[in-house]
Write a protein of this length. Structure first.
Length: 368
């Protein structure tokens, strides 16, 4: 990265706004299901607090549409954060008010404060300048450690850097550098495996990777949009189910799915072919499941991709995307994946564009 990091500036005893991505899932009992979005920020927080900085954590949770709602309150994260960071963490809801900002700035050195869901304020998604300026008054430095949100042009991502010295956290630096390096200097053969539903967010990365990767494997709903492409490896067969009931109908050639049915997973021939290609790779990037994984009948394809990756001990592997990581959570062998990205959309956008809005907003390192 050409941008400054927390190691490039003086932070001792200063109040610092740190944008993190704590938009995590919870189980039925309310316990956090975390794939690294929180744990991987610990290095940045520890670095700052060990130097006496007062750290104000900014994050979103869910999609509250600019309004307060109990289910999206970050307060329920406090017990988990205190366990991760091994210290008392304060919580603030009125952090835009001058009196509360004064109180927070005067907390003892090394204090950590979790700010209430930034998306409770309409100015966040609108990237409102007045909102950014008011929020900026709480700190003296801005740190972006939210890789997973850095493709968003929101106030806490691109607005705050206009009013404060702005640098990258250690997680953002590590993840951005890793993805950039894998793409620019891949050990070959280089395989890009892409699945999922949203063609809008995947077409750009696919088109760029056609020029870089040795093979691009495509599964999921994307294949319907890309079935005329000859520069991609599409599934030879698919598992189809009823469009209405989702009941399994059978396995068909990719171009022979019956009327009233839809493909809900890749078929056995495709699983074998994709696995064979992955087994020979030296660099693997995977984003997106290749089937409707919420239904156990359509998980075989995604499971096959996972097994092929972890069985290839010679390859460097990077896996990202919320649905993909949720599927892998708790599975035996997941630690064999070299790196699990904390961002799905951000990962794809970085692959497509070579940078992210949140990274470009940070201060550049001096040249010479």
């Amino acid at each position: 990265m050409d941008q400054k990091t927390i190691k490039d500036i003086e932070i001792k005893n200063k109040p610092i706004l740190v944008r993190v991505d704590y938009n995590v899932d919870f189980d039925e009992s309310g316990q956090v299901l975390d794939d690294g979005g929180i744990i991987n920020t610990r290095e940045t927080v520890d670095f700052l607090t060990s130097r006496g900085a007062r750290v104000f954590l900014i994050s979103h949770l869910g999609r509250p549409q600019g309004k307060q709602e109990a289910k999206s309150s970050l307060e329920k994260l406090l017990p988990y954060l205190e366990e991760i960071f091994q210290k008392k963490i304060e919580f603030s809801t009125d952090y835009l008010k001058p009196q509360e900002q004064k109180r927070l700035k005067n907390l003892s050195a090394g204090a950590v404060v979790l700010l209430e869901n930034i998306r409770f304020f309409p100015g966040e998604k609108e990237n409102d300048a007045k909102f950014s300026k008011k929020l900026a008054q709480l700190g003296e430095i801005y740190v972006n450690d939210a890789f997973g949100a850095s493709h968003r042009k929101h106030a806490s991502i691109v607005g705050l850097p206009k009013y404060l010295p702005a640098v990258a956290g250690l997680l953002l630096e590590k993840e951005a550098d890793l993805i950039t390096r894998l793409i620019s200097q891949p050990v070959r053969p280089f395989v890009f495996m892409v699945g999922g539903v949203k063609i809008k967010t995947r077409l750009g990365p696919i088109n760029r990777m056609v020029k870089i990767a040795d093979a691009i494997l495509v599964g999921g709903d994307l294949t319907d949009h890309l079935k005329t492409r000859t520069d991609l490896v599409l599934p030879e067969d698919v598992v189809a189910g009823d469009k209405q009931t989702r009941e399994k109908i059978g396995v068909f050639n990719f171009d022979q799915v019956p009327k009233g049915a839809e493909q809900l997973d890749i078929g056995p021939k495709a699983r074998d072919k994709f696995s064979q290609i992955i087994s020979q790779a030296k660099t693997i990037i995977w984003n997106g499941p290749v089937g409707m994984i919420e239904n156990e009948y359509y998980q075989a394809g995604t499971e096959a991709i996972f097994q092929a990756i972890i069985n290839n001990s010679a390859a460097i592997s990077l896996v990202g995307g919320g649905d993909t990581l949720a599927f892998l959570r708790g599975r035996k062998g997941v630690s064999k994946i070299t790196y699990r990205s904390t961002g799905g959309g951000a990962m794809l956008k970085l692959i497509e564009q070579g940078s992210l809005a949140g990274i470009e907003a940070l201060d550049k390192k001096e040249v010479g």
